[in-house]
Write a protein that binds this ligand. Structure first.
Ligand SMILES: NC(=O)c1ccc[n+]([C@@H]2O[C@H](COP(=O)([O-])OP(=O)(O)OC[C@H]3O[C@@H](n4cnc5c(N)ncnc54)[C@H](OP(=O)(O)O)[C@@H]3O)[C@@H](O)[C@H]2O)c1
Length: 261
């Protein structure tokens, strides 16, 4: 995508929190929203990575607020919301993107620590952030919350049991929040993305190319999603007033990959 431009969807000046913005999809969303003129509050657990993204956005004339915060910690989530409101005076949007991972494990071998990590950083982390931004959005009489699910919740992919369960719990919370908070002008929707390039090893011996070939076999669009060019515009739509009559929904932003299941 053009370094300086992105379709704005009227997002100029909107204050948006993006969790897990230091790499992958969260970073792509941050870049897109910066180009759309949003005022950004970005989180992650590693300060040096946050500072790197902050420097990238500064080149786009965007001064992002960064906060080192683990989404599993409710107190951190409250701090992120307070710092954001203090710096920018309001909170218009939340993209609850962060999620911690563990290696692929068959269900029979899943440990209590495995499942706790997925649930603490998936549905629970999403809920703490949603609760933290709620009073700010209620004050505005308007808000946009975008959560992150996964097609794996639908497909039951072997080895991804706790991850899939966590992502389905996120979708469930999305629907409840949509119903409970719609009266405050707050919409809550979930995106199930597909953008895995940053999660695969560099291609030194064809391993990566083979992984992609397998992954995108019989895929309608036949390619991986780009975090900024493919995933972020759908998130931006859900943050904008173009989606003001859409709530409690899941949007598959996976090039139609779900249809193979
Ligand atoms: N990639 C895909 O194709 C795909 C498919 C379906 C769903 N999703 C969902 O999309 C979202 C982003 O995926 P991704 O592939 O971009 O993930 P990723 O590459 O692993 O990046 C995760 C981001 O979240 C941060 N993070 C991880 N644990 C955190 C925690 N406990 N507290 C705060 N920040 C934390 C990471 O930064 P630090 O390590 O610096 O904290 C990083 O910025 C996730 O919710 C994922 O489940 C992705």
């Amino acid at each position: 995508m053009d370094r300086q431009h992105a379709p704005s969807l009227g997002l100029g000046g909107q204050v948006v929190i993006v969790t897990g913005a230091t790499r992958g999809i969260g970073r792509g969303i941050a870049h897109f929203l910066a180009k759309a003129g949003c005022q950004l509050s970005l989180t992650g657990r590693k300060l040096e990575r946050l500072e790197a993204v902050q420097r990238e956005l500064a080149l786009l004339d965007n001064e992002a607020l960064i906060t080192r915060a683990d989404v599993a910690d409710p107190e951190s989530s409250r701090e992120v919301a307070e710092r954001t409101a203090e710096r920018f005076g309001r909170i218009d949007g939340l993209v609850a993107n962060a999620q911690s991972f563990r290696p692929v494990t068959p269900l029979a071998a899943v440990s209590p620590a495995d499942i706790d990590l997925f649930l603490d950083t998936g549905p629970k982390g999403t809920l703490w952030l949603m609760q933290a931004v709620l009073p700010h959005m209620q004050k505005l009489g308007r808000g946009r919350i975008v959560t992150m699910g996964s097609a794996m919740g639908n497909t039951g992919a072997p080895g991804y049991g706790p991850y899939s369960a966590a992502k389905e719990a996120v979708r469930s919370l999305t629907r409840t929040a949509a119903r409970e908070w719609g009266g405050h002008g707050i919409t809550v929707n979930c995106v199930c993305p597909a953008s895995v390039a940053h999660r695969l090893p560099p291609d030194d011996d064809g391993v990566r190319a083979r992984a992609f070939a397998t992954m995108y076999e019989d895929h309608p669009l036949g390619r991986d999603g780009d975090a900024e060019a493919d995933i972020a515009p759908a998130v931006a739509f859900l943050l904008s007033d173009a989606s003001q009559y859409v709530t409690g929904q899941t949007l598959m932003v996976d090039g139609g990959g779900i249809m193979r299941a």
